[in-house]
Design a protein around this ligand. Sequence first.
Ligand SMILES: [Cu+2]
Length: 271
Amino acid sequence: MKKILYIILSLFTASSALANQPKDWQLGFQDPASDGMRDIVNFHNNLLLPIIIAISVFVLFLMVYACIRFRASRNPNPSKTTHNVTVEILWTLIPCLILIVMAVPSFKILYKQDTIPKADITVKAIGYQWYWGYEYPDENIIFDSYMIETKDLKENQPRLLAVDNEVVVPVNKVVKVLITANDVLHAWALPSFGVKRDAVPGRINETWFKAEKVGTYYGQCSELCGIKHAFMPITVRVVSEEDYEEWLTGAKIKFAKEIIEEDQFKKLASK
Ligand SMILES: [Cu+2]
């Protein structure tokens, strides 16, 4: 009973009280933290959900009506009708119209997400079995991001979602994410930003987001990629411009990418 109450309660609170990670008994989406996700949530809550509910109620009504009105005791000699042109046109046409009504805003959102504005920051995410590697190509930064084991979790770190090295991005900046994989298919997904793209070996997919709120956001690999698929979470920390600069200064030293060209010269020379 308590659980049912929770579900009902969460129906009303889902959009306002939830932060940026999955919650117990959550229904609905995580809080949107980008324009793209807000579009998706609006589309779902204001258009899809009413249509789904209306159709479900209508079908339920038809079933109940048929059960009562045409039950054997009340309708002993059933009609032998097999065709009715009007009804057939209607039940083809109306679903078509419903699909068109859903398709138009859906494509609008899709195309909006597909157009990547001029990026302020580019991050490259590389899926490995089973962790994510990140690169900031413009900053010469590279690091790996592993899930923190349950026993090593600190306070406020969610289990199976927190990582050792988080992706750090500034708030209100366009972040372009280049996504690829090193071994098998993975998918880089962050629900709060409305972002989900497959990471395909040998190919670079791209997506973008503009985080509107400072905070820590959690996502997970969303393409079955092997035995530890569930243990390669994604953590993005959105910080203020100044904090980002500060992080950058430290990260440039801590995560400095070695100069590849020099290595190659050395390799060539030693041959
Ligand atoms: Cu994966």
